[in-house]
Design a protein around this ligand. Structure first.
Ligand code: SF4
Length: 387
């Protein structure tokens, strides 16, 4: 059973965090013209009309900068031009510094049934150091307001490997978070991205980060604490209580179809091309101004990349192996008319012989050792094809 997802990008943040290279721009408000552009783009998605979307994810940037009126206009556009399943998982990312009870109640009233709160740490000094606009108290207020507004499915983002952070600090953050029992926790390590203030500080030796081995140890210790507390790791950075894995992201890791609207949003879709349906990808202009100028252009006029059979198969393996459960063998065979063992005999045999890859009755997945060596292991699959 394949899912279909909708992603909506809101590319504005009150202020850029010092580590952030996402497609977001400093602005305390979302221009109304951006909502007009999203609505215009929704209108162009005629080719996708006859499917129902199972998941919707409003990400950013800071989607919680949307006023109640803007959010309402956006949802009118979504429901006018697309068919959203009645039981769709509908997530909105929220920065704790930008929400209050009234706003969260209004979001819930629109059908948003999952919130993702970017907390990152309980330590105010660390939050300040990485340029977050909120404090730990702001997170607690936002979390309580979300529960009071009726949200029963909440993700919280946590970070490790932050400047000066110790394993004890990180575990203390997790323990404090566990008191609140969010349904889902995303735990990311800090990645220094070029052209960010933290990267520049590191280049000029003004930044002390934990050693890579210490970061790996933090991750392992965090995963163990989360597992012992009822949160199963189901993907590299994601942990959930039973029944609360993020359906939208699972569709992405299954290399499923999704359409992204908004500045810089990506789409992956099987488009009809003559008598065959071909796997395609396309991407909107990054810059919101450029995006707003093109948002009403028909889908067919976009630069669409047609993805070949082997590339699609490799993407499916690469993304699927990010999940602990791995690649669904029946779905793979249905899609590619052969098993991963038949398509990648040498890679599968070599990785299985090393004890890195396991093929069970239903899935192909990494072992614990293989999971830790993902990049190296994936090279074996990549080497099987010359793209
Ligand atoms: S709130 Fe998120 S998207 Fe915005 S600057 Fe910070 S990390 Fe980037």
């Amino acid at each position: 059973m394949f899912m279909v997802g909708l992603y909506i990008h809101i590319p504005y943040c009150v202020r850029k965090c010092k580590y952030c290279d996402f497609n977001s721009y400093a602005s305390a408000t979302v221009p109304d013209a951006y909502i007009d552009a999203l609505t215009a783009e929704l209108k162009t998605l005629g080719a996708l009309h006859d499917c129902a979307f199972d998941t919707m994810f409003i990400g950013g940037g800071t989607p919680s900068l949307l006023t109640m009126c803007q959010a309402k206009r956006l949802f009118v556009g979504i429901h006018t031009y697309l068919h959203i399943s009645g039981d769709a998982e509908t997530t909105m990312e929220c920065n704790p510094g930008t929400v209050n009870g009234e706003k969260l109640r209004a979001y819930a009233g629109l059908g948003i049934n999952r919130l993702s709160l970017g907390m990152q740490s309980f330590q105010d000094a660390l939050l300040k150091r990485i340029g977050r606009i909120h404090t730990a108290d702001d997170f607690i207020s936002a979390y309580d307001a979300a529960r009071n507004a009726g949200f029963t499915n909440i993700n919280v983002d946590l970070m490790h490997g932050l400047p000066g952070q110790t394993q004890q600090d990180y575990l203390q953050d997790i323990r404090r978070l566990l008191v609140y029992r969010p349904e889902h926790i995303s735990a990311y390590s800090l990645i220094l991205e070029e052209h960010t203030p933290l990267f520049d500080e590191a280049q000029s030796h003004a930044l002390t980060l934990p050693h890579a081995d210490a970061v790996a140890d933090m991750q392992d210790a965090g995963a163990a604490l989360l597992a012992a507390s009822g949160y199963a790791q189901y993907e590299v950075s994601n942990y959930a209580q039973n029944g609360y894995c993020c359906r939208h992201n699972i569709n992405y890791w299954q290399n499923g179809m999704y359409v992204g609207i908004g500045a810089g949003a990506h789409s992956a879709w099987r488009l009809q091309s003559g008598r065959t349906a071909q796997w395609t990808r396309w991407e909107n202009p990054l810059n919101p101004v450029a995006y707003m100028q093109m948002a009403g252009a028909p889908l067919i006029s976009r630069p669409i990349s047609y993805i070949g059979f082997y590339e699609e198969a490799f993407e499916t393996v690469m993304l699927g192996l990010r999940m602990k459960k791995g690649v669904d063998l029946a779905a793979f065979k249905l899609r590619f008319h052969q098993s991963p063992q038949a398509l990648y005999p040498h890679a599968v045999a070599a990785l299985a012989a090393r004890g890195w890859l396991v093929i069970d009755q239903t899935h192909m997945h990494f072992s614990g050792a293989g999971f830790d060596m993902q990049n190296q292991a994936l090279l074996q699959f990549m080497d099987a094809h010359a793209f």
